[in-house]
Design a protein around this ligand. Structure first.
Ligand code: AMP
Length: 286
């Protein structure tokens, strides 16, 4: 597997692959790879001959009081895993390559409305940082398809909207969430949990599943389901941020009884901010 820091080198290498008629799939990550990331890389391989992964802890999506400095960085292990998965190349740019004038001076990409809900309400800087870095990475890699996890459901929809609005010539694929045996969604931030927090963390998924079961059973008092979900999160020890039933297509409040729904939750367990979601009707492609 090639390990590349320089965008021009990446570009010329991928140009040769494209000219040879090979499809390129791209998986952007912040590293500290776990089985969720590995699944994205495997699924990318089902989709394209050339799989490119990026590892870049993006300063622009963290606010000053968030965990950028302490974010787990495990590059050697990550590269070994990507080698085992037979990725074609890993792009590991440094901060100055991506933001030569610093991130505060870079051209920004913003998706209005959709970025303002849920995680965007408590982290207003977040999706601007994600969209900006993903646009830069897309312009370097020029993939045919890019893969994102359902675990970050709002992020998946925001990126898809950005790609459509800006006529980026690629497909965005969502991949179902990979979970620990007790249901906890795998996440690099699970590392911040102490033993007591880890024992409580699957409470978020259980609350989401209970809400989903009520909705499947025909419950339509969404406010009541949301209030109970928040209560369950608190009972599990979370400082809840939100527990919300939204329309699956655009995260607006459901308006029609036939709307496809997603239930999303976020909250803090100690220093770990955990998010998760479940689709009420599973089985449709993401
Ligand atoms: P991150 O490194 O946290 O920025 O995540 C990189 C990509 O992996 C994103 O598209 C995430 O949605 C995806 N991802 C993270 N956790 C999981 C998981 N448990 N299952 C599936 N995909 C995931």
């Amino acid at each position: 597997m090639k390990i590349i820091e320089n965008p021009d080198e990446m570009r010329s290498m991928l140009k040769r692959e494209r000219e040879a008629g090979r499809r390129i799939a791209f998986v952007p990550t912040m590293g500290n790879l776990h089985a969720g990331h590995s699944e994205l890389v495997r699924r990318a391989g089902d989709d394209a001959e050339v799989v490119v992964v990026s590892i870049f802890v993006n300063p622009f999506q963290f606010s000053a009081d968030e965990d950028f400095a302490g974010y787990p960085r495990t590059l050697a292990d990550d590269l070994a895993e990507l080698g085992r998965l037979r990725a074609y190349a890993t792009f590991v740019p440094d901060g100055r390559t991506i933001y030569p004038q610093g991130e505060s001076a870079v051209t920004r990409v913003e998706v209005p409305r959709l970025s303002g809900y849920l995680c965007g309400a408590s982290r207003p800087h977040f999706f601007r940082g994600v969209c900006t870095v993903v646009t830069i990475l897309f312009n370097i890699i020029e993939p045919d398809v890019a893969l994102f996890g359902q675990k970050d459901y709002q992020q998946l929809l925001v990126i898809r909207r950005m790609v459509r609005d800006l006529h980026m010539p690629m497909e965005v694929r969502g991949i179902p969430t990979v979970r620990e045996p007790d249901g906890l969604a795998m996440s690099s931030r699970n590392r911040y949990l102490d033993a007591a927090g880890r024992a409580r963390a699957a409470g978020l998924f259980r609350a989401l599943c209970r809400a989903r079961a009520r909705l499947i059973a025909g419950e339509r008092d969404f406010a009541d389901v949301e209030a109970d979900g928040l209560g369950e999160m608190k009972a599990a020890g979370f400082e809840a941020d939100y527990f919300s039933i939204r329309r699956r297509s655009d995260l607006e409040a459901p308006a029609d009884p036939d709307d496809d729904l997603v239930v999303l939750g976020a909250g803090w367990l100690g220093t770990a901010r955990l998010i998760d979601n479940v689709l009420v009707r599973e089985g449709q492609p993401l």
